[in-house]
Write a protein that binds this ligand. Structure first.
Ligand code: PLP
Length: 438
């Protein structure tokens, strides 16, 4: 006989208890503020005390439809009651329609689903190597194995993606990494030409560097990258994990370079399944054909629940005309930030595209991020002095106005706290683009 169901009437842990348990049981990899977020709705988050925050970080470019979007909630509930996972040994109803939509959006041909951005990057590198190694003229393995990546890049934490990630602080503790990687200066065509030859199997470019501080790749650099990759039969890989899938105000950031200058392989992740973990490698037929059964795989990637959710996300982006919203809100946000930059002289630059924007400061960013949180605003700082804004695609004009008001209040408070201290990073040789107005 079945036992009577007992309800566990456990009180939830208090924020202090959560912090204490994390300090005791989690590996020490993150520095977190004290707040505990327990729910969200749209572009708002709520903490354990019920306090509301305006979320202009979106789970680091993940929650593109905000929190608890009713259409995503409906699909997740429906599919959770059907089949969450069936493995990649079998077909499921949702992988192919999702792959087709990604092929249509990207202008490429075939898709492999992963669980994260870093897994998509490692898979893309494997695909480029497999393509090169399959060519008899490359003599099996040895000759065409070099990978070029860009200075200031971030591609992920697994060994392959880490090996092409530029900042030493991420790579050094884990040496030795994958050999054969060389870094090219961002937007330096001469450096790219000097390093590109027939021994290169892939060039990896973040179309807009996110973690690096919101630096877009230039038209001239991209066009040369495309031409050199074609000339040397190497893969041009666009990492659009942070800047792709609508965030730049178009499906993919590289689409501003024209239909003839597509990458061979593009990686996506972050917003793809609206907050559930899903990434993808999208490739043209030429490179995609380098994978044959058994060469590459994954247990979780592309399960039915997650693919159905991703399909809903992409459908909502189209049906709700969110690309236009991204562009309109971006213009409002930029114009407001530029006005603020005239009043606060420690704002050196405002840059980016769509809803991936950076505010480059001549002072340390972390205290501003903390003060913003106290004012009910969630944002992030990268490279110690670049505030990064990645709000959901669904924000409205009044959310932008609220953000600007709270941000201004935060900047004023910062001014009061004390004279701005120039950070080491702010005065170092980062590839800064100073505001034209100053
Ligand atoms: N590539 C870029 C451009 C990213 O921004 C990130 C994550 O921040 C990654 C790759 C790695 O993605 P994930 O954290 O999902 O492994």
């Amino acid at each position: 006989m079945l036992k009577k169901r007992t309800t566990t009437n456990k009180k939830p842990l208090s924020p202090a208890q959560i912090r204490a348990a994390e300090a005791r049981y989690l590996m020490n990899t993150y520095r977190r503020p004290t707040v505990v977020f327990t729910r969200g709705r749209g572009c708002r988050l709520y903490d354990s005390g019920g306090r509301e925050y305006l979320d202009f970080l979106g789970g680091i470019a993940v929650n593109a439809l905000g929190h608890a979007h009713p259409r995503l909630v409906r699909v997740i509930r429906r599919e959770a009651g059907r089949a969450i996972h069936v493995s990649n040994l079998f077909h499921n109803p949702y992988q192919a329609p999702l792959a087709r939509k990604l092929a249509e959006w990207s202008g490429l041909d075939r898709v492999f689903f992963t669980n994260s951005g870093t897994e998509a990057m490692d898979g893309a590198l494997k695909l480029a190597r497999a393509y090169a190694n399959a060519k008899p003229q490359n003599g099996g393995n040895a000759k065409k194995t070099r990978i070029l990546a860009l200075e200031n890049s971030f591609h992920g934490r697994t060994i392959g993606a880490l090996s092409i990630t530029y900042p030493l602080k991420y790579r050094e503790p884990f040496a030795p990494l994958m050999p054969g990687v060389e870094f090219v200066r961002l937007n330096d065509v001469a450096d790219l030409e000097a390093k590109f030859d027939d021994t290169v199997c892939a060039l990896v470019v973040e179309t807009i560097q996110g973690e690096g501080g919101i630096f877009p790749v230039s038209e001239a650099f991209w066009q040369h990258a495309r031409a050199l990759a074609t000339q040397h039969d190497a893969a041009l890989i666009a990492d659009e994990i942070q800047c792709g899938l609508g965030r730049a105000g178009r499906y993919f950031a590289y689409q501003k370079f024209g239909a003839k200058a597509k990458p061979d392989i593009v990686t996506v992740a972050k917003p793809l399944a609206g907050g559930l973990p899903l990434g993808a490698i999208i490739a043209n037929e030429q490179f995609a054909s380098a994978f044959v059964p058994g060469m590459h795989g994954t247990t979780f990637g592309g399960g039915p629940l997650i693919c159905a959710t991703a399909m809903e996300f992409l459908t909502v982006v189209d049906e709700a005309n969110l690309l236009a919203n991204i562009r309109e809100r971006s213009a409002e946000l930029r114009s407001g930030l530029e006005k603020l930059s005239k009043r606060f002289d420690f704002i050196r630059d405002v840059r980016g595209e769509g809803l991936i924007l950076g505010v480059d400061l001549a002072i340390e960013g972390a205290p501003i991020v903390s003060q913003a949180l106290r004012n009910g605003l969630v944002m992030n700082c990268t490279h110690e002095h670049i505030l990064r804004l990645l709000p959901p695609f669904i924000i409205r004009g009044k959310d932008v106005a609220e953000f600007l008001a709270k941000f201004e209040k935060t900047l004023k408070q910062r001014l009061k706290v004390g004279a701005a201290t120039r950070t080491k990073a702010a005065t170092s040789a980062q590839p800064m683009v100073l505001a034209a107005s100053r």
